[in-house]
Each structure stands twice: as structure tokens, then as C-alpha cells.
Design a protein around this ligand. Structure first.
Ligand code: HEM
Ligand code: HEM
Length: 182
């Protein structure tokens, strides 16, 4: 345990040393679902079979998981941020909030693309999410572009920044950041 020197701006509450078990579980399952969703569309785009239905079903699973994740996060007490310059603490918050927003935006734009295209989403053959909108090719194309050309590159960029920050903490500052999320 590190000793906490003077805390000017924080009340002397018992902030935990790591993220709550809910935040930790949500974090790793989200990352896994995101990885699977990406692998499926990559296989599909490389013509290695038709994985588009599975891409959509896992993508919708990300959305459902994120709804639960936000609730879990709101109910959890955050650990105190690791010692770092103010700009890094700020950057960390911006990237974390950005990742949350993008993990919603990605599946929502996908759903809107499908719905405006008049297509239902087959959830693993268990049930179907019917198309809830009138067919509109222009909007379908718009959300297709948003999904693949805007939101996806943003999500990738934020994820890379996130991973670089983790590597910096873990291996250069050696402040044991990984233990906070495992
Ligand atoms: C976190 C969730 C999601 C991620 C990370 C994701 C990621 C991607 C990526 C990277 C592509 C572009 C592949 C490429 O062109 O190289 C793509 C395409 C596509 N996605 Fe998603 N997606 C997600 C959710 C969804 C959902 C929920 C749906 C529909 C219900 C969906 C439907 C599609 C469709 C139809 C395409 C093909 C578009 C085209 O080829 O023009 N995606 N997705
Ligand atoms: C191998 C991949 C990953 C590693 C090693 C990793 C590592 C970490 C670590 C160490 C933390 C704790 C940061 C702290 O205590 O200040 C964290 C938090 C977080 N990570 Fe990751 N991460 C990974 C993938 C991802 C992905 C793919 C996303 C989202 C796209 C993500 C989103 C977040 C968010 C939003 C937080 C803040 C905690 C929360 O509010 O849920 N991580 N991650």
C-alpha cells in the first residue's frame, strides 16, 4: 500500500485501490466482445465466409453489455487516479469517456444502417430484432459511412491511445496500473 501524503482537494474518504469487481468484469468482457465483432467483420470483408449476421449479433451484444456497464460504473466507487500530471489525468478521463461514447455509437450506427436498409437483425438464430424504420437508402448509406469511415477509426485511435497509456504506466512508470483492472 502506498502512503497518501497531503490531500488538499480530496476528502479523506476510503477510496479503493482498484476498480470495483463490476467495472473489472465489464471491462474485459467488453474488450472480448469488441475483438470478436472486429474479427468477424474482418473475416467477412476478406470473403472468408458470411460472418455478417454474427458481426451484427455480437455488435448488438456490445450495445446491451454497454447499457449494463454504465449502470455498473455509476454504482461503483472509482479508485483515486494514479499520481500523474494534471493533463494526463484529464486526458485519461477524456479517453475513457470517449471510449464509452464510441462503444455505444458503433453498434447504434450499425443498427440504424440495417434498419434504414429494411433488414432485421438475427440474434444468433434465437430471436430477431425487426427493422423499426422505413427504408431510406440515403440514410442507410449515411450510417454505413458513419459506422465504417468515422466512428470505427475514432474507436481504433482511442483504443490505441488507451493501450499506449497502459504500456507507459505499466512498463515505464512501473506504477502497477494493470493490477487496478485485473
Ligand atoms: C461494437 C460494435 C461494432 C463494431 C466494432 C463494428 C465494426 C465494423 C467495422 C470495422 C466495419 C467495416 C469493415 C470494413 O469495411 O473494413 C463494419 C461493417 C459493418 N457493420 Fe459493424 N460493427 C459493430 C456493430 C454493428 C452492428 C450492431 C451492426 C448491425 C446491426 C453492424 C453492421 C455492419 C454492416 C452491415 C457492415 C458492412 C458495411 C459495408 O460493408 O458497407 N455492425 N463494422
Ligand atoms: C488488452 C487490452 C486492454 C488493456 C491491457 C487495458 C487496460 C486497462 C487498465 C490498466 C485500466 C485501468 C486504468 C486506471 O486504473 O486508471 C483500464 C481502464 C479502462 N479501459 Fe481498458 N484495457 C484494454 C482494452 C480496452 C478496450 C478495448 C477498451 C474500450 C474500447 C477499454 C476501455 C477502458 C475504460 C473505459 C477504462 C476505464 C474504466 C471504466 O470506466 O470502465 N479498455 N484499461
Amino acid at each position: 500500500m502506498t502512503t497518501q501524503p497531503k490531500k488538499h482537494h480530496q476528502p479523506a474518504t476510503n477510496q479503493p485501490a482498484k476498480w470495483s469487481v463490476a467495472v473489472r468484469i465489464f471491462h474485459w468482457i467488453s474488450a472480448l466482445l469488441l475483438l470478436i465483432t472486429w474479427v468477424l467483420i474482418t473475416l467477412h470483408e476478406n470473403n472468408q465466409g458470411s460472418y455478417i449476421d454474427l458481426h451484427k449479433a455480437f455488435g448488438v451484444s456490445v450495445l446491451a453489455w454497454m447499457v449494463a456497464r454504465v449502470i455498473g460504473r455509476l454504482l461503483s466507487t472509482d479508485p483515486a487516479p494514479l499520481p500523474a500530471p494534471t493533463w494526463q489525468k484529464l486526458a485519461s478521463s477524456v479517453v475513457h469517456v470517449g471510449l464509452y461514447v464510441l462503444l455505444f455509437a458503433m453498434p447504434i450506427s450499425g443498427l440504424l444502417m440495417s434498419w434504414y436498409g429494411g433488414r432485421a437483425v438475427d440474434m444468433f438464430g434465437i430471436f430477431e430484432i425487426p427493422s423499426m424504420l422505413e427504408i431510406d437508402r440515403v440514410r442507410a448509406r449515411f450510417f454505413d459511412n458513419l459506422h465504417t469511415e468515422i466512428i470505427w477509426p475514432l474507436l481504433l485511435t482511442f483504443t490505441v491511445i488507451h493501450l499506449l497509456a497502459v504500456v507507459h504506466h505499466q512498463f515505464i512508470k512501473k506504477d502497477g496500473i494493470l493490477k487496478r483492472i485485473i
